[in-house]
Structure formats: C-alpha cells, structure tokens
Design a protein around this ligand. Structure first.
Ligand code: NDP
Ligand code: 8X3
Length: 253
C-alpha cells in the first residue's frame, strides 16, 4: 500500500500545499482543519488531479476530546500513518504584552502548543507500535528569534522548537524521525488571520520582496520525508533570500 501522511491545518497555506505535493507523488493523505467545506474542496481537487486517496478529518486541534475521537475512529485502512505534519497554527494580533488580548494568547497557546501535543500524543503510539514513522513540526523563525510585539506567538514557536528537540529524544529508541521546519516570511493566509481579516495590512507584509510560498515549504517537507532511512534532517530554518533572520530583512531590492 502507498504511504499515508496526516497533515493538520490542511485547509489553506502550507498544509494545503503539502497535501497537494504528497498526493501528486502517490501518497494517501489525511487532511485536517476546522473548515469542512475547504477540506471537501481540497479532497475533490486531489482526487481529480492526482487520483489520490483522501480522508477528511474535521476537528479543532484545541479540542482534546475531538482529536482523540477522530483519530480513534480512523478506519482500519487509514491507521498506518507514516508521516505526521503538525502544521495547524496561527498568530493572533501583534502587540506589546501590556496591550495584548488575553483571548488571542489563549488561542495561540492552545493551538500552536497544546494542539500539536494532543495530535502527537494520539498518533505517536501508532508509529511506535510499528517501529517507524516521521513527525514534522512546523515551527517558525519566530521560534529562533523574538521580535517586537511577537511575544506570545514567538513563545509558542520557541515551545515548538523545544518540544521538537524533546520528542526527538523520546522517539530515539523507536526509530521515529522528528524534523522541525522553521520558515521565515511566507505568503499564505497567515497575516490575514494575524490581522483579523485586514486585507490591506496583511498584503503590506509581503510587499517589496519575494516571500516563501506554500509550495516552497511543501518541497522542503517532501525532501526531508524522502531521505534514506539511516539519517534525518532534524532542524531546518528556511527564509526568503531577503531575510537573514527576524531582525535583518531587505525590501525593495
Ligand atoms: P494559514 O492561515 O494559511 O493556514 C493555517 C492552517 O491552520 C489552516 O488550514 C487552518 O485551518 C489551520 N488551523 C488553525 N487553527 C486550527 C485549529 N484550531 N484546529 C485545526 N486547524 C487549525 O497559515 P500558514 O499556512 O502560513 O500556517 C501554517 C503553520 O506555519 C502555522 O503553524 C504557522 O504558525 C506556521 N508559520 C507560518 C509562516 C508564514 O509566514 N506564513 C512562517 C513560519 C511558520 P482552519 O482555519 O480550517 O482550521
Ligand atoms: C511566521 C513568520 O516572522 O511573522 O511565523 O513570525 S513571522
């Protein structure tokens, strides 16, 4: 049977790009997100374009019960998950600590940290029982360097960085690879979500340079997922050529 990849946050951006790339290469794909209609449309696209086998898993990664119920209810022929991509995540707002919206903080912490943990806790034992698997965690350049007003989002991505290092130790005895990918600025729905639907403000983030795309990240994940069995890319920072890190960028040439 072809290999199976489980992608959280596949209804847009990196997750949708990863689903398309792996489906095009013959993988069976499980796509998660909260927006059922987006996932249904993606399923149709993957089936029509690549004759892919697709399973739609609609749940909110923050909802521990829903995560466990959905994964426990996977049909027998979808239970051999070779690759998990913990991608679902978001930034909500951009402000100082003293002005921050505590509901936004809860959303980011619950999604980016706790959601990643719930999904990993549910799926990793299935990989351990088979003695193989590959877990990808989508971190961020924000998990390597903090930047002004990034506070809580940066904190969640520093946590993803630490959890990736930690779970790599836990998975060592079981032959399971753990790869953390830390992208810089990429044009997806990320800024639209961060700025709560403000299209003009979101668009400005990507003016004056060529940002990363969902396809760039999908290519990177695909490369790391298809290396020989005896080695693993553990930690990878990827930025546009115009971005050295969170502090040094070059716009307009
Ligand atoms: P998008 O907003 O385009 O995609 C985010 C995805 O996460 C959507 O599919 C969304 O689906 C899903 N998601 C959000 N909250 C939940 C939830 N509670 N439960 C399930 N799914 C959820 O942004 P990106 O593709 O850019 O973001 C993907 C990841 O990449 C995030 O972790 C982000 O932090 C990280 N990242 C992004 C960068 C960028 O510049 N774009 C750079 C570095 C890292 P739905 O709304 O349907 O639930
Ligand atoms: C998203 C990239 O630099 O806006 O994680 O934090 S950044």
């Amino acid at each position: 049977m072809s290999k199976t990849i489980f992608i959280t946050g596949a209804s847009s951006g990196f997750g949708a790009g990863i689903a398309k790339r792996f489906a095009a290469e013959g993988f069976r794909v499980i796509i998660n997100g909260r927006r059922a209609e987006r996932l249904a449309a993606l399923k149709k696209e993957l089936e029509e374009n690549y004759a892919a086998e697709v399973y739609v898993a609609v749940f909110d990664v923050r909802d521990k019960k829903a995560v466990n119920a959905c994964i426990a209810a996977l049909p027998e022929n979808w239970r051999t998950i070779d690759i998990l991509v913990n991608n679902a995540g978001l930034a909500a707002g951009l402000s100082t600590i003293q002005e921050g919206d505590t509901d936004d903080w809860d959303t980011m912490i619950d999604t980016n940290i706790k959601g990643l943990l719930y999904v990993t806790r549910a799926i990793s034992p299935m990989m351990i029982s088979r003695g193989s698997g590959h877990i990808f965690n989508i971190g961020s350049i924000a998990g390597k360097y903090v930047y002004p007003n990034g506070n809580v989002y940066c904190g969640t991505k520093f946590a993803v960085n630490a959890l990736s290092e930690s779970m790599r130790i836990d998975m060592l005895a079981h032959g399971i690879k753990v790869t953390a990918i830390h992208p810089g600025a990429a044009e997806t729905e990320f800024s639209l979500v961060r700025f709560k639907g403000d299209v003009a403000r979101a668009g400005k983030v990507y003016e004056g340079f060529t940002p990363l795309s969902a396809e760039d990240i999908a290519d990177t994940v695909f490369y790391c997922a298809n290396l020989p069995a005896h080695y693993c890319i553990n930690d990878l920072v990827i930025t546009p050529l115009t971005q050295a890190n969170s502090h040094y960028s070059r716009k307009n040439g």
